[in-house]
Ligand binder design. Structure first.
Ligand code: 5AD
Ligand code: SF4
Length: 457
């Protein structure tokens, strides 16, 4: 009988993909995935500590399982909270017997063996590594979008951020192994790839002189791959070469996520972001001048220590100046080990909350205006499944949700297909349209997003 496991994932896409690789490693070590924690002998939480709320969620989850249900099960805490709290997790949650940070995932088979041999407190917490986590098997959870990690960790040390402490130093994979994985993914029938990294554009091939832009081009040229996305980009390392690669390779999706964090150069300086508002806008200018329109999205933190009303106003005006298609905005959350923890002029919670609401309201208006400009356009979408009866949910190349209908008598739609749709309506968060013609390309992989994992080598 195979041992059973269940993984619950919190946090970013890097974590989602780490879980896919951890699941692959477990399957390779003789485990079998089950659909709920209740059924599993080994329950793993892959955790996020980017903001305090995210970290708290993990502890409340762990508490849920403390008593009866925990009997006979093994629990493990993976990822950023595991790395950050280390052995303290054993005190807070005595039923946990495995704590592993992402920089130690390469040691998982060994750590699992020790667990199986009866050790009750197993940890993998070394941060100082030059290894990346490459797995023989990756158990992919999304049948349409395949993730590939190209760079792990972070050396940027922004003043507010835990990532350098939870994910370790920056280390890139060889371009050869990235392209080989892209080919395997294409052979398995995937048409969309998303390259992942804390700062993808800080990528440096450890074996050859391949730049990030050249890597993008190489992945875009893999036969069978129709869409290539990449996230997240850091403004400091964002080059014109990336925009040029997007211009000359249609498979590179016309979308860039470029977190700005603040529109005030003074706040950016204190955040140690290493660019000014003007330098950021220069990069936006390159994209706005590109031969095909590029959709731009961002992350913003409001209420960083010392952020004055005038600084905040600069962030609001930046929204107008750039015209983002989506903004992820957060109240500043003080995190352990980070330099901003000791900074003065803390912005009160109520004020942070107010600023967040003002920012989100402004962005909603901007977004509505931008989405309305799509009305009348014909966009190609990758179909993910049903939005509701008779309506399909797809994503445009810009990653915008477009729900569409097919006229009576039209061809049957299947998840994973590409269709063209004419946009008829726009809301602040999605577009609505009608199919034009039949499918442009059909899915090679069947099933709806979230269906049982596809196993890939
Ligand atoms: N407080 C609030 N938001 C944060 N982020 C990172 N660290 C913090 C923090 N301490 C946000 C940034 C980053 C996104 C992933 O999370 O905007 O780009
Ligand atoms: Fe959260 Fe950052 Fe860790 Fe991702 S890398 S899980 S965002 S703390």
């Amino acid at each position: 009988m195979r041992k059973t496991f269940y993984i619950e994932t919190f946090g970013c896409q890097m974590n989602v993909h780490d879980s896919e690789k951890v699941a692959g490693t477990l399957v390779g070590s003789g485990y079998r995935a089950v659909e709920s924690a209740e059924e599993a002998e080994l329950v793993l939480y892959n955790t996020c500590s980017i903001r305090e709320k995210a970290a708290q969620k993990v502890f409340s989850r762990l508490r849920n399982f403390r008593k009866e249900q925990a009997k006979g099960k093994l629990f493990g805490v993976l990822g950023c909270v595991g790395q950050q709290e280390g052995e303290k997790i054993f005190d807070a949650a005595p039923h946990v017997s495995l704590v592993v940070g992402s920089a130690s995932y390469g040691r998982l088979p060994e750590l699992l063996r020790r667990l199986e041999q009866g050790e009750r407190r197993v940890t993998g917490l070394d941060l100082d590594t030059d290894e990346t986590f490459e797995t023989e098997f990756t158990q992919r959870g999304n049948p349409f979008r395949a993730y590939i990690t190209i760079i792990e960790g972070c050396d940027k040390h922004c003043a507010y951020c835990v990532v350098p402490f939870t994910r370790g130093p920056e280390r890139s994979r060889t371009s050869e192994s990235v392209v080989a994985e892209a080919r395997r993914i294409a052979d398995a029938g995937y048409t969309e790839i998303q390259l992942l990294g804390q700062n993808v554009n800080s990528y440096r091939d450890p074996a050859a002189r391949v730049t990030f832009a050249e890597l993008l081009a190489a992945v875009a040229e893999v036969p069978g791959i129709r869409r290539v996305r990449f996230t997240t980009s850091h403004p400091r390392d964002f080059t014109r070469e990336i925009v040029e690669a997007m211009e000359s390779h249609p498979a590179l999706c016309n979308h860039v996520h470029l977190p700005v964090q603040s529109g005030s150069s003074e706040v950016l300086r204190r955040m140690a972001r290493d660019y000014t508002r003007e330098q950021y806008l220069e990069r936006i200018g390159w994209m706005r001048a590109a031969k095909r329109p590029i959709s731009i999205t961002t992350d913003i933190i409001v209420g960083f220590p010392g952020e004055t009303p005038a600084d905040f106003e600069q962030t609001v005006t930046l929204l107008d100046e750039v015209g983002y298609d989506l903004v992820f905005s957060f109240q500043y959350s003080p995190r352990p080990n980070t330099p901003s923890l000791a900074m003065e002029d803390v912005v009160p919670e109520a004020e942070k909350n107010l600023r967040l609401r003002v920012l989100q309201e402004r962005q909603k208006q901007i977004q509505l205006g931008r989405y309305q400009d799509f009305v009348g356009n014909v966009e190609e979408v990758l179909v993910e499944g049903h939005a509701r009866e008779n309506q399909w949910k797809g994503r445009t190349e810009q990653n915008i949700v477009l729900n569409f209908t097919v006229a009576e008598g039209g061809a049957a739609v299947q998840a994973g297909d590409y269709w063209k749709a004419r946009v008829t309506h726009a809301g602040p968060n999605s577009l609505v349209g009608e199919a034009e013609g039949g499918p442009v390309a059909r899915a090679a992989i069947r099933g709806a997003a979230g269906s049982p994992f596809a196993i890939l080598q």
